[in-house]
Design a protein around this ligand. Structure first.
Ligand SMILES: Cc1cc2nc3c(=O)[nH]c(=O)nc-3n(C[C@H](O)[C@H](O)[C@H](O)COP(=O)(O)O)c2cc1C
Length: 316
């Protein structure tokens, strides 16, 4: 079974990906958080650093682009090609208000004729350069039934993989995924499909397999894998003996690596606090400590509380 690590802007940074890959492994593809190109600026120095092959060694990384301008996509794709990348992912799912207001991400789904000419241009480029373009999409802008027309559009292009997050824009990340539309995709897509959304446990995966009457493969995991970094081990049937030790190592690696590249201290603590918003589900009964952790401003206070929590074995 193949597992893809979803992009989470601000969370799955190169530091996090590298640490996760070295400690846990077993990820078939990582996807970078989106690169958002602008006129004459295919990527910012920060975006470049995040996908620099030197910072992503030992893993398969697919850089993701967020734009509604084909010339911007192609400019960035050219740079990515010179860096050695052969697959690029197009973001058609971002629900952020500022992104969608500019007609990007899920905001692009409402203008299907513009989307079609955009895809005409970028696939003409990718075909001529022997590059692969995969797409990560929602079902639609405001109505899930938009997915039927979108599927027809995607089917007209050599999409290397279609990752479907079966929600519409206003659903954000909350509403129950509209799984029946993924069934439609399974029946109609001409390209390989990847399911993404709300897999937090093996039971969630098994329930989905029951719903679709087939073992989903590949699947893309996001928040579930941040919350429980051993979820891949569990899904792939690997031993969990060192699970708690691995979480501690992941914590320490990410904490120390952020300290090397970020300042002032509070910025490192913001990063760690964001991770704890996911990890807290592993530490039942530690709510008060975690609440305090969310307010700390100094490394010493942070370490005092974090290591007290981390010395307790995580629940199996
Ligand atoms: C904080 C955050 C940042 C995200 N950033 C991106 C992004 O840069 N690109 C993208 O395609 N999706 C992004 N997503 C969406 C996730 O990749 C994923 O599709 C979503 O979380 C649903 O999958 P999950 O239920 O497995 O988490 C983001 C989600 C969150 C919560």
């Amino acid at each position: 079974m193949k597992i893809y690590f979803a992009p989470l802007e601000g969370v799955t940074t190169y530091i996090y990906r590298k640490a996760y890959n070295e400690i846990y492994g077993h990820i078939d593809k990582f996807f970078s958080p989106f690169i958002s190109p602008a006129e004459n600026c295919p990527m910012t120095p920060r975006e470049r650093k995040d996908i620099d092959p030197e910072n992503n060694s030992g893993m398969t990384l697919v850089p993701q682009i967020l734009t509604c301008r084909s010339e911007h996509f192609i400019d960035t794709a050219k740079e990515l090609k010179t860096m050695g990348y052969r697959e690029i992912n197009l973001n058609l799912g971002c629900p952020s208000g500022t992104v969608c207001a500019k007609g990007k991400g899920a905001g692009f789904l409402q203008d299907t004729s513009a989307l079609q000419s955009f895809l005409d241009n970028i696939y003409a480029y990718s075909e001529s350069e022997n590059m692969q373009i995969s797409i990560k999409t929602r079902l639609g802008y405001s109505d899930p039934d938009e997915f039927y027309a979108l599927m027809e559009i995607f089917n007209a292009f050599p999409v290397s993989e279609l990752i479907v997050h079966p929600r519409i824009l206003p659903d954000m990340y909350k509403v129950e995924p509209r799984k029946e539309y993924f069934t439609y995709a399974l029946e109609h897509a001409k390209c390989p499909l990847v399911y993404n959304g709300n897999i937090f446990s093996c039971k969630d995966y098994d329930d989905l397999s029951g719903f679709f009457n087939s073992r989903l493969d590949p699947v893309m995991l996001g928040r579930g894998l941040i919350s429980d970094p051993s979820l891949t081990d569990k899904l792939k049937g690997h031993t969990l003996e060192t699970r708690f030790q691995k979480l501690r190592t992941l914590h320490d690696t990410v904490y120390h690596e952020y300290q090397k590249v970020m300042s002032p201290d509070i910025n490192v603590l913001y990063k760690m606090r964001e991770l704890w918003t996911y990890w807290q589900v592993l530490f039942d009964g530690k709510d008060r400590d975690i609440k305090r952790l969310m307010k700390v401003k100094k490394y010493a206070e942070y370490e005092d509380i974090a290591y007290r929590i981390l010395t307790l074995p995580a629940t199996p």
